[in-house]
Write a protein that binds this ligand. Structure first.
Ligand SMILES: Cc1cc2nc3c(=O)[nH]c(=O)nc-3n(C[C@H](O)[C@H](O)[C@H](O)COP(=O)(O)OP(=O)(O)OC[C@H]3O[C@@H](n4cnc5c(N)ncnc54)[C@H](O)[C@@H]3O)c2cc1C
Length: 398
């Protein structure tokens, strides 16, 4: 057993994917001493499809990493086709808030680009380190973490703040007792797989009764094909089909028969992945010496494809709040309470729409909810585009 213990850092971030890496990058760009730990190797996918809503693309552009995402081979998606009630409508992605396309990079691509940007800004990344618990002092204040590396070596890191960006099953949240403050239950399932061998002209969405499916053109000329359904339908399909692959095919056939037909000429290049029970909840976002960001603090069903954009928004809100607390411009409680109240206010409309979508109302109602979602995303993107970029000053050439 070996112990790794260093001088006290400003911030340790647990989880180095979209929420954690973005938070670390923005804090490091503002001059803070940040360490990220992740038990995973970021050059691997996580369970997630990866449509980035306009807000998320605006965030990537403002942070100066969008070009790198496109250079990875993830195509710029300039058209969206919506298939519903026997009609197909294709629209170009409008040029708004500095972006004229969407993008859906594989997660191993996106997460690595963000983590590398954080490292370039001065953060330290330690992959293969698993957090076992948050260390608390006698007053209950978080003072760092203890965990282990891949060889079983003990890892201890001291820090002024511990950030939980460790996803839906957050151990940081459990360790500090961050309670759920808004629980909207669970009812949806999302499954997906990658396909090759066809042209993928743009993003496509298909809706049928109790089913929503789509095509996300991504890296390596492949497409992520996904299907969202009520959890009960996904479980019933798993029970009656012989395999996850057969259940996925059956559900796709029901939710998007024309797409299922087209895919007969394609080749599936991955196993079927997904989540059969997707919870919808909000946790308290901060306490003495700790804060949560991304799925660790707020989880919503993937039906609205907004988790990555939520993670980016909250990373930025948290990085700004922590910068004030670390510099002593604002006391910690005021700064972090401001983070929580801004997060809770900003996420509300899309959270409500997500919870309404995941009840799978009749198709005309579902389509209307999708329209409202599009408008809400545009409003959110406009607000984000108008904000100063944290750390931008420090990045400007001398
Ligand atoms: C099936 C599915 C489809 C989705 N599709 C979309 C979509 O199309 N668009 C979209 O915007 N969102 C989508 N989402 C949501 C999106 O994936 C999440 O909102 C996003 O990944 C949250 O990012 P995060 O950084 O908070 O957490 P995660 O991406 O979950 O990363 C958490 C990290 O923490 C690490 N970690 C966990 N525990 C520990 C520990 N104890 N010690 C060290 N490290 C730890 C993990 O290894 C992981 O790397 C989807 C989600 C699912 C489940």
């Amino acid at each position: 057993m070996s112990t790794t213990r260093r001088a006290r850092h400003d911030v340790v971030v647990v989880g180095a994917r979209v929420a954690g890496a973005a938070t670390a990058m923005l804090l490091a760009r503002q001059g803070h001493d940040v360490v990220m730990v992740d038990r995973a190797d970021l050059r691997s996918d996580t369970i997630s499809t990866h449509q980035i809503a306009r807000t998320g693309v605006v965030a990537l552009r403002r942070w100066g990493v969008l070009d790198e995402v496109l250079a990875s081979g993830a195509p710029a998606l300039r058209q969206v086709t919506f298939h519903a009630e026997g009609r197909s409508t294709t629209r170009s992605v409008k040029d708004r808030f500095g972006v004229d396309h969407l993008v859906a990079p594989r997660r191993y691509v996106l997460d690595s680009i963000l983590a590398e940007a954080a490292v370039r800004a001065g953060a330290t990344l330690r992959m293969g380190v698993t957090l076992d618990g948050v260390r608390l002092d006698d007053t209950g204040r978080a003072t760092g973490l203890h965990g282990h590396d891949r060889n079983g070596g003990l890892v201890e890191i001291d820090s002024r703040f511990v950030i939980g960006a460790d996803g839906v099953y957050s151990r940081v949240a459990r360790s500090v007792g961050a309670e759920v403050i808004d629980d909207r239950g669970a009812g949806g399932a999302t499954q997906y797989a990658y396909f090759a061998g066809l042209p993928w002209p743009g993003l496509e969405l298909f809706t049928e009764d109790r089913g929503f499916a789509g095509v996300l053109p991504t890296n390596d000329a492949e497409a992520c094909i996904w299907v969202c359904t009520p959890e009960a339908d996904a479980r019933a399909a798993r029970r009656s089909a012989g395999s996850a692959g057969a259940a996925f095919a059956a559900q796709l056939h029901r939710a998007a028969p024309a797409l299922a037909q087209r895919l007969q000429a394609a080749r599936r290049t991955s196993p079927v992945s997904g989540m059969l029970r997707t919870p919808n909840y909000l946790r308290r976002a901060f306490g003495a010496g700790w804060a949560l960001v991304g799925d660790a603090g707020f989880h919503r069903d993937p039906v609205s494809a907004h988790g990555i954009s939520d993670a980016f928004r909250d990373a930025e809100l948290l990085a700004v709040a922590l910068d004030h607390a670390l510099r002593g411009d604002t006391d910690e409680v005021t700064a972090l309470a401001g983070y929580q109240s801004r997060r809770d206010l900003t996420l509300q409309e899309i959270f409500d729409l997500t919870c309404a979508l995941v009840t799978y109302p009749p198709v005309p109602e579902f389509v209307e909810l999708m329209r409202q979602l599009g408008r809400a995303i545009d409003t959110e993107a406009a607000t984000l585009a108008a904000q100063p970029v944290p750390g931008e000053r420090d990045l400007a050439p001398a």
